[in-house]
Ligand binder design. Structure first.
Ligand code: TTP
Ligand code: GDP
Ligand code: 5AD
Length: 647
């Protein structure tokens, strides 16, 4: 089954859209602009080869092998990785696709597998340079001193240059107006310094590939919280803090904030350098958050307390911030590399899901992502160290909405949520079993003994799934002894890689069923139209039906107001056909089996009021989720990410 599946999708041609994105940003080019790579398989060969070479660094088993056995082993690993990538059933995050192999001799990167020698793999490893950076997610601490702040600015610049997205929690900075001893002056506060970071990152970019992407967090009990919530107000096109997503941090139990909200209590705002007692009603904070989110899409909320509750290294280490889209909470200087499995490709046209192949894909993907850690080069030594100590991974999914279309299950249904839990529980089980197996084969993550795993800790909340007994059994037995990675799962937005995979993004519903997309070439600024109709819909609708509705579908994006079979309308829902609560419940369903976090946007219609948005913020506190982003259709939002749609 697995082989057939791989072959089927290896042979499937890439869409014009996917090829355009690859050509614009992913194919290796010489400094002259001449393409070194011309096909998706070229990219896959390079990436699979570099990531397989990690076995020479991290696999003690190889030490006991003869040279011939070693070579066979590494080639086999390369071949397994190549198949996975070439079929586009699994893709790593963009930096891995961009940067793997940078610095190596082209001849070695692309020659046929049968001609590879052991020393070729070694040469590839030896030629990695300072831009061989394969991770998407970073967190940098910002200390309360001019030196600390500007040191962090430098770190932001170096990480952006290498292609990573960065988050920081600015709560350590003393509030605006507090006393500065050295100069007898007054501090200008965290928000003012965020502008410095924004400006620095606006100037640094990763060549033709990516611009900066930042997350700024301020905790709900920081004295400058109200100013922070307003920090992106006045977004008017030439946008304020353009490179930042901002989020209010909830470091305490979210239920504590819910209680204060419901009892209309005040929260004490504090900082060690702040000597004026200040209190503000939690309801006032939430009202301001809702008002601004209604206007601009910012701020979101991040439940740092909830993240630490499920963090296997807490309290030895503490999660202080997330990366720009929220799917990974990290401690100081930690980084994380991501990868996503396309669920839609694991489901055939009759709606039958191939669980056996799913298990095999999960296990190979965990090995792949774990290898990425060992071939990664970071621009800052403290990051190298923190990453090696915890070996955090973020394996997730994409194509969920397209899979549901194939199965004819509405996204906004209990059936879809129950399926989400089963899929994610199955994934958690296999991914964690693989991480423990790798622990046994290659060694545990170095801080394992300081973690909660030896006590039988389960790093997610669980709900009800078919795999609960097996999951409990795993964490109560083998995981007490072996674990290669502090955390393994995360659901990313997959903004770019889902386009390369020609599938729906992350766990999100499709945004539109049909559209015209303008791709703007970064190099020349020309805009080109690309026409797109959802592939599953096109298969399920008779051709004449599709032709009949095509123009209206392009205009409206949804089937909602089109004269068509009611059953199809229920199945082929898009983001705006779905109630905000159903969005939230889907986020919770997945989160119950994810150890890191999930990137999810709660879409609300343009007609939603500020009170509607407020209700979602309060409702979110009642659910086992790790954060919230609300976007009201048509509101002004700084789009931090360069999704293909906005290029
Ligand atoms: P520091 O550089 O630590 O200042 P300091 O060592 O003179 O003072 P102290 O002994 O009180 O720490 O900066 C402290 C904070 O004040 C930090 O958040 C940056 C901020 N700050 C300003 O906003 N403006 C300034 O001109 C200075 C010097 C600091
Ligand atoms: P993809 O791998 O490119 O599809 O990335 P995702 O959309 O899944 O985003 C995953 C993470 O990558 C985000 O949370 C960010 O940390 C980072 N990221 C995404 N887009 C950008 C970008 O345009 N610039 C930078 N610097 N980082 C990004
Ligand atoms: N907090 C967390 N994630 C955010 N995103 C946008 N703003 C925020 C925020 N404040 C994420 C959304 C979406 C991606 C494009 O960016 O979750 O998935």
């Amino acid at each position: 089954m697995y082989r057939q599946l791989i072959e089927r999708y290896k042979q499937k041609p890439l869409s014009e859209n996917a090829l355009k994105i690859l050509k614009e940003r992913y194919f290796f080019k010489k400094p002259s602009g001449e393409f070194v790579e011309n096909s998706w398989f070229d990219v896959c060969r390079r990436v699979a080869r570099v990531v397989a070479a990690a076995e020479l660094i991290n696999n003690p088993r190889l030490e006991k092998m003869t040279a011939a056995e070693k070579l066979d082993f590494v080639r086999q690993v390369e071949s397994d990785f190549f198949d996975l990538l070439a079929s586009r059933i699994f893709l790593p995050n963009s930096p891995t696709l961009f940067n793997a192999g940078i610095g190596a001799d082209y001849e070695l990167l692309y020659k046929p597998l049968e001609q590879m020698k052991l020393e070729d793999y070694q040469k590839i490893l030896d030629s990695r340079n300072h831009l061989h950076m394969l991770s998407a997610c970073f967190v940098v601490p910002v200390e309360d001193s001019i030196e600390g702040i500007f040191n962090a600015v430098k770190e932001f610049a170096l990480i952006t240059k290498a292609g990573g997205g960065i988050g920081s929690n600015f709560s350590a900075l003393r509030p605006k107006g507090s006393f500065v001893a050295g100069t007898h002056g007054k501090a200008s506060g965290p928000v003012s310094f965020m502008h410095v970071f924004n400006t620095a990152v606006s100037i640094v970019e990763q060549g033709y590939r990516r611009r900066g992407a930042l997350m700024g967090i301020l905790n709900i009990d920081h004295p400058d919280i109200m100013e922070f919530i307003d920090a992106k107000k006045g977004n008017d096109g030439e946008r304020v803090l353009k490179f930042f997503n901002i989020s209010v941090g909830i470091p305490m139990d979210r239920l504590e904030i819910l209680r204060m909200y419901e009892n209309d209590e005040e929260i004490e705002l504090k900082h060690p350098k702040w000597h004026h007692p200040t209190k503000v009603k939690v309801r006032e904070i939430f009202k301001k958050m809702a008002q601004n989110a209604w206007e601009t899409g910012d701020p979101g909320m991040v439940f740092l307390g909830e993240m630490n509750k499920y963090y296997a290294l807490y309290p030895y280490r503490e999660i202080i911030s997330t990366n720009p889209c929220g799917e990974i909470g990290l401690s100081a200087y930690e980084a994380c590399n991501l990868g996503s499995i396309d669920l839609a490709k694991l489901c055939d046209d009759k709606g039958v899901f191939d669980w056996e192949s799913f298990a095999k894909v999960i296990r190979t993907a965990v090995r792949f992502l774990d290898n990425v850690i060992d071939v990664n080069v970071f621009p800052i030594d403290k990051i190298t160290q923190a990453v090696k100590e915890s070996r955090r991974l973020g394996l997730g999914i994409m194509g969920f909405a397209d899979m549901l279309y194939k199965m004819e299950i509405p996204y906004n249904s209990e059936q879809a949520r129950s399926l989400a839990k089963n899929l994610m529980a199955f994934m958690a089980l296999h991914a964690h079993e693989e991480s423990s197996r790798l622990g046994q084969e290659k060694g545990n993550f170095p801080l394992f003994e300081y973690s909660r795993y030896p006590n039988g800790f389960i790093p997610f909340s669980m709900d009800v799934s078919d795999y609960d007994d097996e999951i409990r059994e795993h964490f109560n037995t083998i995981a007490k002894k072996y674990k290669r990675n502090v955390a393994v799962l995360a659901i990313a937005p997959t903004g770019s890689i889902s386009n390369i995979a020609d599938t729906s993004s992350g766990l999100e519903p499709n945004f539109l069923l049909a559209y015209v997309r303008y791709v703007n070439k970064l190099s020349t600024n020309e805009r080109e139209p690309l026409f797109y109709v959802n592939e599953v819909l096109a298969k399920k609708l008779p051709e004449n039906e599709l032709l009949r509705i095509r123009d209206r579908l392009i205009e409206e994006g949804s089937l909602r107001n089109i004269d068509i079979d009611e059953r199809l309308k229920k199945i082929f829902v898009v983001a705006h056909d779905i109630d905000p609560l159903d969005h939230l419940l889907m986020q919770e369903a997945f989160q119950s089996y994810v150890d890191n976090n999930i990137s999810k946007t709660i879409n609300v219609p343009n007609s939603a009021t500020v009170d509607d948005v407020l209700e979602i913020y309060v409702e979110a506190l009642k659910h086992k989720i790790r954060g919230l982003t609300v976007y009201r259709d048509g509101s002004l939002q700084t789009q931090v990410l360069t999704s293909a749609k906005d290029l």
